[in-house]
Structure formats: C-alpha cells, structure tokens
Design a protein around this ligand. Structure first.
Ligand code: ADP
Ligand code: ZN
Length: 212
C-alpha cells in the first residue's frame, strides 16, 4: 500500500506512522528525519537544507523531490511506502503523482491551539528517537523507554513553531483540496488518544477494497 500522511507539525504523524508501518510492513519515510540525519552528517543535501530546517521554513522543492525520488527507487519500497512530511507543497504533490502516486492520503487534523502546546512540550530521545511530551515525564531529561538523553528539537522553539504553523496553513493545507479532488483523502481526528487515532486510520485504510 502507498500512503501519505498529511497534517500540521505536531499532529502525531510520526507516532502514527510507526504503528501503521509495523502493522502493514511498509517502510516509514519521514523527510524531516532524513533531512535531520543529512544535516548532522553534513552531506550536500544537509548543507542545502540546514538554514531552512532551523528557521522552520520549507527546504526548496527540487531538493525534496530528488531526495524522495531516490528513496522510493530503493528495493524496500516495492511493497509500498508511508510518506510522512512529504508532499508539503502542491508542486511536490504533482511530482509525487508522476513518480509513484499514493493509494490513500490520511489527513490528521488537530487544532492550532493543541499543536502549540504539543510542540513546545515535545522532547526527543537522542538514543532511540522516541518522542515524548513533558507532561508525561517524571524527568524531562531522561528517556522513559531506553534511559537515553532527551533533548528539545532545534525547531521546537516558540518562534520557529509559529513559523512552521504559518507555513503549514499557507503551503501545505492546500493539499487537502488537491487530494480531495483526487478522491484519495480521508480525514481522522488527531486529538483523540493515540490508540484510537491508530484505529481510525486503519478503518480509513481498510474500508476500501481497491487497495494493493
Ligand atoms: P514537523 O512535521 O514536526 O514540522 P518534520 O520533521 O516533518 O517536522 O520536518 C522538519 C522540517 O524539515 C520542516 O520544518 C522543513 O524545514 C523540513 N522539511 C521536511 N519535509 C519537507 C518537505 N517535504 N518540503 C520542504 N521542507 C521539508
Ligand atoms: Zn530512548
């Protein structure tokens, strides 16, 4: 199955993607994770992307389209894919339509108010890459699942978060119309508890028999 997860920053796309990929046995392709890894390794893509990622802006379309085109040509994508964080612009969605169009697009909806609270309190583990909210932690610096060190992502500061939400509304939200017109969009309520959101997504995927 070929899937795209659409939704604002902080909607829980990454967490849900991990559940769904395990269940469907398809690769989880997070362009945010790929870019952060490229930046920390100092690859040519990382060097091009760094300033955009750190300010909360979008990395130029050409860079992302090439990166995703290459990733989707790898052998594990023969089973399908779950794209998390791509496409983020109409131009990117048109490119994906040429490369390998998705069967289903899941739009994870969460209000801006909730997103702000989630993002400012988000901590990530430097060892296992798990994501946690400070409200759930007894120690804000230690990973509850592996004991690794927790940090705040560089782009999770209030100024950058506001910028990312604006970018989402102006550049990415128009994809809701794009995929509604394609007939592939399904919206789920990302405000619900984690396991209920997973269930809603599986229902949205299973209710169709034209998937492969
Ligand atoms: P979030 O969804 O929490 O904002 P991501 O990890 O998906 O975070 O992305 C982090 C940053 O990486 C974005 O703010 C942007 O700078 C860059 N990025 C990721 N995917 C794309 C994309 N498809 N197009 C342009 N920039 C991207
Ligand atoms: Zn950890």
């Amino acid at each position: 199955m070929k899937l795209v997860f659409l939704g604002p920053p902080g909607a829980g796309k990454g967490t849900q993607a991990a559940h769904i990929c395990a269940k469907l046995d398809i690769p989880h392709i997070s362009t945010g994770d790929m870019l952060r890894s490229a930046i920390s390794k100092g690859t040519p893509t990382g060097l091009k992307a760094k300033s955009y990622v750190e300010s909360g802006g979008l990395v130029p379309d050409e860079v992302l389209i090439e990166m995703v085109r290459e990733r989707l040509s790898e052998s594990d994508c023969a089973k399908g894919y779950l794209l998390d964080g791509f496409p983020r612009t109409v131009h990117q969605s048109e490119a994906l339509k040429e490369i390998c169009p998705p069967d289903r697009v899941i739009n994870v909806f969460v209000s801006d108010e909730k997103l702000l609270a989630r993002l400012t309190g988000r901590r990530v583990c430097t060892a296992c890459e798990g994501t946690f909210h400070i409200s759930m932690l007894s120690n804000a610096e230690i990973c509850p699942s592996c004991g690794g060190k927790l940090i705040q992502r560089k782009d999770d500061t209030p100024q950058t978060i506001t910028n990312r939400l604006n970018v989402y509304h102006t550049q990415t939200a128009p994809l809701i119309d794009f995929y509604t017109a394609e007939g592939t969009l399904r919206t789920v309520d990302g405000d619900k508890p984690e396991d209920e959101v997973t269930r809603e997504i599986l229902i949205a995927l299973g209710s169709q028999d034209d998937l492969h």
